[in-house]
Design a protein around this ligand. Sequence first.
Ligand code: ZN
Length: 387
Amino acid sequence: MLIRGQHIATGQVVDVLVNDASGLITDVAPPDPARTPDAGNSGLLIAPGLLDIHINGFAAVDFQNPALTADDLGRATLEQLRHGTTQYLVTIVSETRDRMIACFRAVSRALDRRPELARAVPGFHVEGPYLSAEEGPRGAHLREVLRAPSWEEFQQFQEAAGGRIRLITVAPELPGMTRFIEQATASGVVVGMGHTAASAQQIADAVAAGATVSTHLGNGSHAVLPRHANYIQAQLAEDRLKATFIADGHHLPPYVVKNFIRAKGVARSILVTDAVPPAGMPPGIYRYGRVEVEAKPGGLICLPGTPYLFGAATTLEKCVSNVVAWAGVSLADAVTMATDHPARLLGLAPRVLEKGAPADLIVFAWEDGQIRVTDAVAGGKRFSSTP
Ligand SMILES: [Zn+2]
């Protein structure tokens, strides 16, 4: 397969050659005028496929559903491909032990059966259940299922997940958390902090124990905080922590996105959607786990009848465009925040357009400050984004 377009990092027009069988890039070369590309043209851009490490559902598919099927997961995967997200971590949130185990099993069964899904989903993000139960920090997590960390329980989750849990988000201030972070880190799981009311000392202790990322920094927090001594400032100033941001304009206003990305720096910034089942769908009421959520016109997701945010309806391509508009970074830098940076956080192969790299890539137009994906290539197959 031959894909032509402007290389996102260099701006040069290139031909990217893909071995359909191996799914690897076999060459990145100057364009050959004698050959007609299978996708793309010299006016479009080529970038690595987007990687979303925080997504709870998409296209009305609910990852928090213990009865999730391989077809459901396939539908969510295909719809995300149309928006340029070629890989994602299925995110399971706080629930009872049995329900979480059932969710891990349902997704794992689908990944075991379908290699194309196993390629798209390199693992799980577990957000909870070891989070703050305080109003504000707990966000929309069910209060009654939040609890202190248990390594024994987490190992049951990991077993149900087929060893695929790659990232867990925890609140550092919970009793026994330092030890838990050390154990999780030693087992190869990346530890993030979020839905927390931790002190600066507790944040520092969590980092010393192995935590490496702040989860959707600025969200899952109190509505009002002390102006200086607060956990957002402490995490922003901690250079050993990377941070994920929901740059949808609802979770963080544009000027906060700008401040946070400047404070963290491009290299430590990662974009996520925190998307829930209504993402990619028209406004309406949708099922998410045991609750119903309302998607309002304009992309706001709430518990029906309340103003509280309940996940996002955005896409990662939209977040990349937003960051270019709001944070004063280049398109190439914004793309790395949704490709290579999350991959490096998880210890996955670098997401670059180079010979020998996985052919996980997107072709897109950059029009009026927006990404319009025309094609995605994943696992040696091409997916056109036109419905
Ligand atoms: Zn959250």
